[in-house]
Design a protein around this ligand. Sequence first.
Ligand SMILES: C[S@@+](CC[C@H](N)C(=O)[O-])C[C@H]1O[C@@H](n2cnc3c(N)ncnc32)[C@H](O)[C@@H]1O
Length: 468
Amino acid sequence: MAKKKHPLYEQVSISDTGNDGLSVGKHNGMAVFVKNAVPGDVVDIQIVKKKRNYAEGRAVKFHTYSPDRVAPECKHFGLCGGCTRQDLSYEKQLEFKQKVVFDCFTRIGHLTFPEISPILPSENQFYYRNKMDFGFTASRWVTTEEMDSGSEVEERRALGFHVPGMFDKIFNVTECLLQPEPSNQIRNGLREFTLKNNIPYYHIRSHEGFMRNLIVRNNQEGQVMVIVAFAYEHPEWQQAVMHYLDSNFPQIVSLYQVVNTKLNDTLYDQDLQLYKGSPFLEEKLGDLRFLIGPKSFFQTNSRQGKRLYDITRNFAQLTGSELVYDLYTGTGTIACYVASEASKVVGVEYVPEAIEDAHKNAQLNGIENTAFFAGDMKDVLNDDFVATHGKPDVIITDPPRAGMHDDVTRKILELSPSRIVYVSCNPATQARDLAILCEKYRITKVQPVDMFPHTYHVENVVLLERNT
Ligand SMILES: C[S@@+](CC[C@H](N)C(=O)[O-])C[C@H]1O[C@@H](n2cnc3c(N)ncnc32)[C@H](O)[C@@H]1O
């Protein structure tokens, strides 16, 4: 059967952005989602997917360019899925992020809430990330321009980022404006070294090849942790790579290697070997110091992370007498941050290594009123746990993008602390969870924070106060 040809919608005015970073226009009253246009553009859209009440497509002709467009600074813009909003002025990016929170709260949560405070902009719009993951590939993505040029593709091996939506396609990154140096130098240097020495790159489909992943983390002082993942044991190549990094980048204070023979790239279940230096990277936030292990979550924009924690602590309104639960505590950062204003803070987190770091962080800062426990929140947060550690006066919760498991949200409702501070990196799931919590609570403060300029991601802090 011949494939159905989708229509071309002409002269569509792009008016909005959605929660997932796509821009939105209307055609005959129906929402049309496009990736490569910004609000203010007027475009012809080639539809690629059509459903009953919405369509998706690609802008193929621009009639009017939005006055809010700016020239993207990154040379990989368009192909990279990282900073997809770089073509929109920062002021407009913020405006749309603010609106995303409003839309999620009204459309998903059907919530009643006070005026949303103006989103807190990021001080740095580039070089704000402290962690980047790169992948090696034996068969890189070849761009349309390269194919159109007609010349032979000389080098297929690459080290870079995945092409959005393609698990098996990586494009070569020569410059990324998100992480400060020496991130680019390390990635480009390692690529050059391994190519020159013919150390084979990983093939994501056939699972052959040796060089697999590179993770670069840094602190605000410019110290660096590097983790290299190899696909199998090969002592000679491993030693060559680790020695290259160690001897060329004095900024590396913590150097790890891991042999990952699994089919997927995640390292959480892998045995990471410290090759040289400290097992941790140390980061300062305010008066506190934090140890970050290779598997630990840490707010990816450290400067903005501190401001996020200031807001969280402020919203918690602690007086020194409260028992606080810090759910999804990671390495115990929020717990440590609020500990001096609480009687005790109990942190819970899934990753056992992060909990080990949380213990170390509390110790490092001379904090004695915290306790940390590892496990899946929906299993840990039960009656026995509460009987052992006490009923919380305040709960701070900072779940991953998926939000909280329904059992956890229900348990929080049952515990009914006087205040809940809900920190979220996904206002859509936050709105869903808040709708449940609002059975007993009212939303009294909403503060969005921009942690990731040029992306569609928005962080949002909400204060809930128990109805009396
Ligand atoms: C957004 S991070 C917040 C970490 C921490 N509050 C911070 O600011 O650094 C979410 C954390 O939740 C943890 N997590 C994810 N799913 C979990 C679960 N089911 N149970 C407990 N923790 C979980 C992750 O490992 C991660 O550390």
